[in-house]
Design a protein around this ligand. Structure first.
Ligand code: CA
Length: 362
């Protein structure tokens, strides 16, 4: 009894340290998209450490597989947008001119320098976000999934905080076509590092509904893992997810996800959705006339959380209906009532939620 009272007292005393931004739909979270990639090269361990220090609740990992079956943290299943692979291994490109992660061993990938994302314009490298960390400055490298989990868990141990992970299985259709079961590899590592149940601080995300069903119905029972799954939602014409029909890759058709009853269907295999921002607040909205779709309401009534992407500060990335970055967060988190946001600028998201709490919005 005494112990219970002391425990209760302790909870009250330390409560401000565990700031919980609760709302009707649960705790609102800030997810560091590719780390604090507004400030440091995306998916570098440095960007992850910075996101951690900025107070993000979850840190994202995009995962692709190497030739020797290792998982590396990269957004693309190509190496050429963020590394010097074209200079180091010029002869290793495929017919389409791209350098595929799956054609390189981890040792080879570790020899590459990593930088901010760039595109080639007249054979010159131009940064995709000119005001972000400059190209090729300092020293960054591609990291493995294990290295990143150990960084986050190590910080959890040294700070006493408990920051979660938000891994994404990239292009499973491509990996399977190349003979690799990337999902099984990801889930085996999750198990090794103690992410096994829906109570653990992890969301596992994927754009591919076919793969999410394989994970839920086959890999989870086989491995004894059962973590929260998030269905990312794309537009069909992005060619984000492909299916092989008679040996030919065709785009997966996402249209059904925007129809009535879609959220009930998704909730049969997932715990949440990750939609693109305009799927929630329509383009064409104005400051005085926000057009909010039924997606959040339908997802909530089917017991799912909603974490839209991507909240950016860069030029041209704040929709016209929002007066500022913070106004955009306010619209999504409090008017559309989403449960969390993916942002390249986690410090601004964390600060926004803190202020909202002081203003008794939460
Ligand atoms: Ca991602």
């Amino acid at each position: 009894m005494k112990k219970t009272i002391i425990a209760l007292l302790l909870m009250v005393l330390v409560l401000p340290g565990f700031v919980s931004f609760s709302s009707a739909s649960g705790k609102k979270i800030i997810i560091a998209h590719r780390g604090a990639c507004g400030y440091l090269p995306e998916h570098s361990l440095e960007a992850k450490a910075m996101a951690y220090a900025m107070g993000a609740d979850y840190i994202e990992q995009d995962l692709v597989m190497t030739k020797d079956n290792r998982l590396v943290v990269l957004h693309d299943h190509y190496l050429d947008r963020v590394t010097d692979v074209a200079e180091v291994f010029p002869s290793r490109k495929r017919k389409d001119g791209r350098y595929y992660v799956i054609d390189f061993t981890l040792d080879e990938i570790k020899k590459l320098k990593m930088t901010e994302g760039f595109s080639l314009e007249n054979n010159k490298k131009k940064p995709n976000f000119p005001k972000r960390f400059p190209l090729w400055k300092s020293s960054f490298e591609v990291s493995t999934f294990e290295e990143e989990i150990e960084l986050i868990q190590g910080l959890n141990s040294s700070t006493g905080r408990n920051v979660g992970i938000y891994p994404e299985i990239k292009s499973p259709w491509f990996h399977r076509h190349e003979g690799k079961d990337i999902s099984l590899a990801v889930i085996n590592i999750l198990k090794e590092y103690g992410y096994t149940s829906k109570n653990d601080l992890i969301y596992l995300q994927c754009f591919d509904p076919n793969e999410l069903k394989i994970i839920k119905n086959k890999i989870f029972p086989q491995t004894g893992v059962n973590v929260k799954l998030v269905q990312l939602i794309a537009e069909t014409d992005w060619n984000e997810t492909m299916e092989y029909v008679k040996g030919k890759a065709v785009p997966y058709n996402y249209d059904w996800m925007f129809e009535k009853g879609a959220m009930a269907e998704i909730s049969s295999y997932a715990d949440g959705i990750g939609p693109w921002k305009p799927m929630i607040v329509k383009d064409g909205s104005t400051g005085t006339n926000l057009i909010i779709t039924d997606m959040v309401k339908d997802a909530h009534s089917n017991g799912m959380e909603v974490h839209p992407y991507t909240f950016r500060l860069d030029n041209g990335r704040i929709p016209e209906y929002a007066a500022s970055f913070e106004d955009m967060l306010d619209i999504f988190l409090f008017k559309a009532d989403v449960d969390g946001v993916f942002t390249d600028f986690p410090d601004r998201g964390v600060e926004f939620l803190r202020r909202a709490m002081y203003m008794k919005k939460l």
